[in-house]
Ligand binder design. Structure first.
Ligand code: UFG
Length: 326
């Protein structure tokens, strides 16, 4: 019988890419999603169950119906700014609802979890690049919700032997060739999709959120990672657990930072559009620079990013964007 993976939040951007990768790798896949932010057509295969993590009965039904070998959990709210205005929404969804999932796993003796964590758990960097040991001092409820779950997972392993790997994403971007798997957040807040909307004539300009940061050109620096590379790391992490590897946490990025202005310039070259900019205020909660030290994932999981170049990542996103909207 094929190994069966439950992908919670599998109708969202990263989750849907993961479902695709799991299917290609020969796994049997069940997607569980409430479609609050995901799209049914993004789930390109396997079983789909519309269910809600807030309803333990929805979860119990899935765990009773299927023999699940491992769980991947992508279902969370991701907007830093919103989490500061409405923290209750973030703790309810990202923490309380996640506990329902963990408890269902324990109740049904499913003991392998891959958890989507975030660079936001670190807060303002004390040093760069950021390795796994870096202090965890999140500066917003979103980051704290992720760090809470990481700590709760340690307790669940001690008490219930639930094994997990926490993957701390830096800036996920890029796209698979299949347009159904593209990034489509509403509202869109991420830099690369917004820049491409300008290039496609859907927005007049991109606002640069601050150019007085202590960086080489004054704009914020981020470590952009291709969604396919991110999903590959999940696959390796899952296999690591199935082979008896210990629970762990890994930072996932390319170890290279690009400024907001460099992203815009690269997009100009790829799209051949002038992409007008407007200078705006700093966005609350944005650290100046975030760069990952991903050597642990490279050595322990044998992860090797295929698309480390910013231009490739933007090009892939642009190809899919134009396919769909022009
Ligand atoms: N930016 C702009 N203009 C925009 C949008 C973004 O200048 O219109 C800037 C931001 O200020 C930031 C950079 O572009 O400096 C990247 O911003 P994104 O919103 O694309 O990504 P973030 O770095 O804010 O957030 C990402 C994830 C979060 C996660 C965070 C971890 O989307 O979920 O990384 O640090 F919490």
């Amino acid at each position: 019988m094929r190994t069966t993976i439950l992908v919670v939040g599998g109708a969202g951007y990263i989750g849907a890419n993961m479902v695709n990768k799991l299917l290609n790798a020969g796994y049997s896949v069940i997607t569980f999603d409430n479609l609050s932010h995901g799209y049914r057509d993004a789930v390109i295969g396997g079983e789909f169950i519309r269910g809600d993590l807030h309803h333990p009965t929805d979860l119990a039904q899935v765990f009773k119906q299927y023999q699940i070998d491992g769980v991947m959990h992508f279902a969370s709210f991701i907007e830093v700014g919103e989490s500061l205005i409405n923290p209750g929404k973030y703790y309810q969804n990202n923490v309380a609802a996640t506990l329902n999932l963990l408890d269902a796993m324990v109740a049904h003796q499913v003991s392998n979890l891959i958890f989507s964590s975030s660079a936001a758990i670190f807060g303002e960097p004390h040093y760069l690049p950021i390795d796994e040991q870096h202090p965890k001092q999140p500066i917003n409820p979103y980051g704290l919700s992720k760090w809470m779950i990481e700590q709760i997972l340690a307790d669940y392993e001690r008490a219930y032997q639930l094994k997990s790997i926490c993957l701390r994403y830096f800036n996920a971007a890029g796209a698979a060739p299949d347009p159904r798997l593209r990034e489509r957040h509403h509202p869109e807040t991420h830099l690369i999709p917004l820049v491409l909307q300008v290039a496609a004539g859907q927005r007049p300009h991109i606002t640069i959120f601050g150019e007085d940061y202590p960086t080489f050109d004054g704009s914020c620096i981020r470590d952009y990672i291709h969604v396919d590379d991110l999903c590959q790391a999940h696959l390796l992490a899952l296999q690591h657990l199935f082979q008896g590897g210990p629970s762990a946490a890994y930072n996932l990025g390319n170890g290279q930072g690009f400024s907001v202005k460099q992203v815009i310039d690269t997009a100009r070259q790829i799209t051949r559009h002038p992409i007008p900019t407007v200078l705006g205020n700093r966005r609350i909660g944005d650290p100046a620079s975030l760069i990952a030290d991903a050597r642990l994932a490279i050595t322990q999981l044998h992860w090797q990013p295929r698309y480390p170049e910013l231009a490739t990542l933007i090009d892939h996103a642009w190809q899919v964007h134009t396919h769909n909207t022009l």
